[in-house]
Design a protein around this ligand. Structure first.
Ligand code: LMR
Length: 311
């Protein structure tokens, strides 16, 4: 089987971690792209990672480049280009600056890699993935936003910590937009098959929900000059791997909805099956009235941001 090609747009902290994870998992050869001002950064990271290949014994290679032609023909593209927020900022504060960057990125993807499965990580995530799909004109099933995997992973991590139990047995899901109104589905969460609501009292669950919702901001406050990078990279790679290896995993992702959850023509975080066909299925979780109200609130926030996107 021919080696796959993974285009990483943005050579910052997440981009570097993505490149490392992609080659360590032997997913294919990696092209790490950034603008000419960051040439040293992408070439340096590529060289550094390639020099590690003998230690780890993997055969995938990384190319650092500032030329979109090198990205051409990528099977998967992960976009991390854009500006991260600083303490005190909301993700929405990044809309104008990151939209400008997304216009250029989406146009280049359309020109150079129109058949790629594209995963967006840039914020504000749901609005950026909306802009990406509209500008690139790529089929909706080939464009997703990463955040559901990240938010769900944070939720599971905090649950495992609270119970001092293995993360392996935590089953949980976060739906909705990638913002402070995201919806951790406590009622649907289990640990080793035992309902989470039986294992933790309401005040502890509420604290976990709150921490999950503010998970990105907690890291922004700690890092001070940027936002999370390890977990976003791992989350994106899980999605890319499911596509490249046709794993057909069901992962929460921002996908274009066509009436599911009562939402049409917006990207919103829901469980989707990702395989060789991109987003192959969108799953609808049965929700009670309270959960529906939370979804509506989360969607209102996403809609408000998307409505201010000038394409
Ligand atoms: C995250 O959740 O870590 C990212 O969306 C980055 C951020 O600004 O919070």
């Amino acid at each position: 089987m021919a080696k796959k090609k993974i285009g990483l747009i943005g050579g910052g902290q997440i981009g570097g971690n993505l490149a490392l994870l992609a080659v360590q998992k032997n997913l294919g050869d990696v092209v790490l792209y950034d603008i000419p001002a960051a040439e040293g950064l992408v070439k340096g990271k590529a060289l550094d990672i390639n020099q590690l290949s003998a230690v780890d014994g993997y055969d995938s290679r990384v190319l650092g480049t500032t030329d979109w032609k090198d990205v051409a023909g990528s099977d998967v593209i992960i976009i991390t280009a854009g500006v991260p927020r600083k303490p005190g900022m909301s993700r929405e504060d990044l809309l104008d600056v990151n939209l400008k960057i997304m216009r250029d990125v989406a146009g280049n993807i359309k020109q150079h890699a129109p058949n790629a499965f594209v995963i967006n990580v840039a914020n504000p995530l749901d609005a950026m993935v909306f802009a990406l799909q509209k500008i690139s004109g790529l089929p909706a099933n080939m464009v997703v936003g990463m955040a559901g995997v990240l938010d769900t992973s944070r939720f599971k991590c905090f649950v495992a910590e609270a119970l001092n139990t293995s993360i392996r047995d935590v089953e949980a899901l976060v739906l909705g937009g990638h913002g402070d109104d995201m919806v951790p589905l406590v009622r649907h969460s289990t640990v080793g098959g035992v309902p989470l609501t039986q294992l933790l009292p309401k005040d502890k669950l509420d604290a976990i929900i709150d921490r999950t919702r503010k998970g990105g901001a907690e890291l922004v406050a700690l890092y001070k000059t940027g936002s999370a990078y390890f977990a976003p990279a791992a989350s994106s790679i899980a999605m890319a791997e499911s596509f490249l290896l046709d794993r057909k995993r069901v992962l929460p992702a921002a996908a274009l909805l066509k009436g599911e959850y009562g939402i049409s023509d917006y990207f919103f975080g829901v469980p989707v099956q990702i395989g060789a066909g991109g987003v192959e299925k969108i799953h609808t979780v049965e929700l009670n009235e309270a959960e529906k109200a939370e979804i509506a609130k989360s969607f209102d926030s996403v809609k408000k941001t998307v409505e201010s996107v000038k394409l």
